[in-house]
Design a protein around this ligand. Structure first.
Ligand code: AMP
Length: 571
């Protein structure tokens, strides 16, 4: 069986290539920059910067400014809007064929980004590399994958370019699909389910397909861990409908899409034995612990991005997975790929990503000040903001992510994802990042554990409408908690922000008492619906951890769903 897989991905060759690329990371970086600039140096964006054909890192750094998305947005707009579709020579020599919409949960709305075939190639290289290492540790044989993946809405831009999330472009690429089959096994669900349009229907059918092929399922995956947790939380609510469909051999009328219905009709037939088996699992499990291996007895691992803003879902995922390993997937963005997880056996909280030096040209701005340094000049233990130069027309582009250098693999750094750069709660001199918020929520949530209530999801904002301004944290909980417990959670939250600026300002009332607002069940589902409505995809959804004052719609959703609120008395 394993040989069959090796036919599809030549694992030895992939690993050898990885070793040789990382061994000589400095040279590969210089060559990668040279290739990018030789190919695209004549485009409008670069030619006005005075490179005059030079392709070395020093000239590049001297001539090309470090930019953010806002700086290049006018170029991308023109690419999206240019009538006739010939957008060549604006940011790349070749025309950009498609526009990606980033998940946009940090800024409140999706960003437009260039997408081209080079990004598909990079994705395949990354997938094959991490698969080779993963499969050595956790071999899978011929089976299927329950891939909880979804396409976003797709539309044409004014200039006639395809627009959708990067994952949607990838799922539509025939070449990429082959790689996905080879590295993650054939998907249980037919394409009609992935591209179904309405993700509630897609999710329902993904689960149904998974159950139909339950003995063949060898792995469960999605782009981000959130989608996996969301799927099994939904399963808890709807399993009896799924069982009824299997018993009857026909799809519930709740799924209305005609293409999905006809694709599912080919898979469904009355199967009372399967229905009984699933029903008995669902009624005998204690609090759904170990649900995944119970439903899928041959599953080898659960795979998806579990780092960064996905960490808060690991605990719930472990609960569902029981003893089945969780493996964190690679590090990339709609802008391009960065690194690959070649240590799949590490627990997801410790996952690192080795930068592949041929997928882009990378620079790192030290968080403690100083100029951007090259890939091989980073120091172990230090934190940096990532700057990328891609084959898709981004030059010295700040990704907005903070990483820590955990070590080196050959000559290439192994990065640990720390947080998004701009997600900070700050009223005054205080600065609390996404990671600080996560730690505070985890510490405070322990006070609710006694009543067997969990925090399903959370976000935060600064409320400056009162004097002094204060932090507001929003929680959706899995059940009703008593007022005493909510008060205790609120006080613990306030005390758990241990950053010196915050503590000092709280003591002198320069920052007001923290407010904890409890949200109605299902509020974060509404938040996700909102982002999906803006063109995002469930597969790329990340709960925004801090809501800016400019994000009126999101604020409205939260405000309309507050069921309880309480102020800290911790100081
Ligand atoms: P998107 O906006 O949907 O393109 O998402 C890209 C962003 O997702 C990155 O800039 C990171 O902030 C985050 N991300 C992607 N991969 C990982 C990972 N492995 N660990 C943590 N965060 C990640």
């Amino acid at each position: 069986m394993l040989e069959k897989m090796q036919e599809r991905v030549d694992m030895e060759a992939v690993m050898e290539e990885f070793e040789s690329l990382t061994m000589d990371a400095g040279r590969v970086q210089r060559e990668t920059l040279q290739r990018i600039l030789e190919e695209n140096g004549g485009c409008e964006y670069l030619s006005r910067l005075g490179l005059n054909g030079r392709t070395d890192p020093q000239s590049f750094k001297a001539c090309v400014p470090i930019v953010t998305h806002a700086d290049i947005e006018p170029y991308i707009r023109r690419i999206a809007d240019d009538d006739g579709g010939d957008n060549s020579s604006i940011i790349t020599a070749k025309p950009i064929p498609a526009i990606s919409l980033s998940s946009g949960t940090t800024q409140g709305k999706p960003k437009y980004l260039p997408f081209n075939d080079e990004l598909v190639e990079n994705t395949m290289q990354i997938y094959k590399t991490s698969f080779a290492f993963r499969n050595r540790e956790y071999p899978i044989d011929n089976g299927k994958a329950l891939q909880l993946i979804y396409s976003s809405k797709q539309f044409k831009t004014k200039g006639g370019l395809r627009a959708g999330t990067a994952t949607t472009h990838l799922f539509s690429s025939a070449e990429f699909k082959q790689t996905l089959r080879a590295t993650q096994r054939p998907c249980c669900s037919p394409d009609e389910v992935i591209f179904g349009g309405d993700y509630h229907h897609s999710l329902y059918c993904h689960l149904l397909c998974g159950l139909i092929f339950r003995h063949q399922v060898q792995l469960i995956s999605s782009t981000f861990a959130h989608s996996i947790v969301h799927a099994f939380r939904t399963f808890e609510q709807i399993w009896h409908h799924l069982v009824a469909d299997i018993r009857r051999g026909s799809l519930s009328s709740r799924v209305t899409s005609a293409p999905i219905r006809s694709a599912m009709a080919k898979l469904l037939k009355p199967d009372p034995d399967l229905a009984d088996a699933i029903q008995s699992k669902c009624t005998s499990l204690s609090n759904w612990y170990g649900l995944i291996p119970e439903l899928f007895p041959n599953v080898k691992y659960v795979y998806g991005i579990m780092t960064g803003s996905m960490e808060p879902y690991i605990k719930k995922l472990r609960h569902y997975a029981g003893e089945i390993p969780l493996i964190s997937a690679d590090y990339g963005a709609s802008e391009g790929w960065i690194g690959v997880n070649v240590n799949p056996a590490l627990p997801p909280e410790e996952a690192t990503f080795v930068v592949l030096p041929n997928v882009g040209y990378f620079e790192f701005i030290p968080l403690d000040g100083g100029a951007a340094v090259g890939l091989t000049e980073v120091e172990v233990g230090k934190e940096y903001e990532v700057v990328t130069t891609s084959f898709a027309g981004l030059y010295r582009y700040k990704l907005g992510d903070v990483v820590r250098v955990a070590g080196f693999r050959n000559g290439a750094p192994e990065l640990r994802f720390v947080c998004r750069r701009n997600v900070v709660l700050s009223v005054n001199v205080d600065k609390n990042t996404e990671t600080d918020l996560q730690a505070a929520v985890e510490a405070a949530a322990r006070a609710a554990a006694a009543e067997k209530v969990e925090v399903v999801d959370y976000t935060s904002c600064v409320d400056a409408s009162s004097e002094p301004a204060r932090y507001v944290v929003f929680w959706e909980m899995s059940g009703g908690a008593s007022d005493e417990v909510v008060e205790e959670c609120c006080n613990r939250l306030d005390r758990s922000f241990e950053e010196a600026g915050y503590v000092a300002m709280r003591k002198i009332n320069g920052i007001g008492p923290l407010e904890l607002r409890i949200l109605r069940r299902g509020t974060f589902q509404k938040v996700m619906d909102h982002f999906v409505g803006l063109g995002g995809a469930v597969s790329q959804f990340k709960t925004p951890r801090c809501v800016g004052a400019d994000n009126g719609k999101l604020m409205q959703i939260l405000a309309a769903n507050v069921v309880k609120s309480c102020f800290s008395t911790a100081y």
